[in-house]
Design a protein around this ligand. Structure first.
Ligand SMILES: Cc1cc2nc3c(=O)[nH]c(=O)nc-3n(C[C@H](O)[C@H](O)[C@H](O)COP(=O)(O)O)c2cc1C
Length: 191
C-alpha cells in the first residue's frame, strides 16, 4: 500500500483563515510525502477568509476543492481510505455538529467517517473564551478518537511576524499529520 498520505483539509468559519492558508502552502512544500490533498470549505470559511485576508486566494489552490454538499466526494466514504482530516480553523458550530453526529454537510460527514474508520481527525478549534458546551464537545470528540489541536500559538520560538506566529500552530498540525517537516524544536536549537 502507498505510504504517501491522503489528506482532507476542511476550512470552517472560525477566525484564523491564515492557519488554513499556511497549512496548504506548507503541504505543497511537502508534496513528496503526500499522495493527495482534498479541500472543502464552508460558506462562512470563505466569508471569514475574504474578511481577514482581503483576498479570494482559496480559488487558486493547486488542490481540488469539493463543494460543501458534495457527498459524492471520495472522502465522504471510508472506502476511499484517506489517512487524515484536518479542520482548520474549526468553528464551535462545526465542533458541535461533529460531537453530536450531525453529518449534514461534507465536512461533518467526512469527520464522522474519519472517526468511524478510526483514522486521524485533527480539529484546530478556535474560540475564546470557551463555554461548557464547547468544552464538553471537545471531550466528546476526544473520547471518539479526534485530536483537539487548539489554534493557540506559542511564543518561545520568538516569532517576528503574524505568519511566523501562525506557523507555530501549523507546524504542530503537520507533526500530527505525521509528515517530516523542518521546524523549530524546543531545546534543539538552543545555544
Ligand atoms: C469574522 C468572523 C469571525 C468568526 N470567528 C469565529 C471563531 O473564532 N470561532 C467560532 O466558533 N465562530 C466564529 N465565527 C462564527 C462562525 O463563522 C459561525 O458560527 C458559522 O455558523 C460557522 O459555520 P461553519 O462551521 O459551517 O463554518 C466567526 C464569524 C465571522 C464572520
Amino acid at each position: 500500500m502507498d505510504t504517501k498520505k491522503k489528506i482532507v483539509v476542511a476550512i470552517t468559519g472560525a477566525s484564523g483563515s491564515v492557519y488554513a492558508k499556511l497549512l496548504l502552502q506548507q503541504l505543497q512544500h511537502l508534496s513528496e510525502q503526500i499522495a493527495e490533498v482534498a479541500v472543502v470549505m464552508s460558506d462562512n470559511a470563505k466569508e471569514v477568509w475574504r474578511f481577514e485576508l482581503d483576498n479570494e486566494e482559496y480559488n487558486d489552490l493547486p488542490y481540488k476543492i469539493y463543494g460543501k454538499m458534495d457527498f459524492m466526494a471520495p472522502f465522504a466514504s471510508g472506502s476511499a481510505r484517506f489517512d487524515t482530516m484536518v479542520i482548520v480553523p474549526c468553528s464551535m458550530g462545526t465542533l458541535g455538529r461533529i460531537a453530536s453526529g450531525i453529518s449534514d454537510d461534507l465536512i461533518t460527514r467526512a469527520a464522522d467517517v474519519m472517526l468511524k474508520e478510526r483514522r486521524r481527525l485533527i480539529l484546530v478549534a478556535r474560540d475564546t473564551p470557551l463555554n461548557l458546551i464547547h468544552i464538553r464537545n471537545m471531550a466528546t470528540v476526544t473520547e471518539a478518537g479526534a485530536i483537539i489541536c487548539p489554534a493557540i500559538p506559542s511564543f518561545y520560538s520568538k516569532p517576528k511576524t503574524i505568519e511566523d506566529l501562525a506557523m507555530t500552530v501549523v507546524n504542530r498540525v503537520i507533526d500530527l499529520i505525521g509528515l517530516d517537516n523542518a521546524s523549530y524544536r524546543w531545546s534543539e536549537s538552543a545555544g
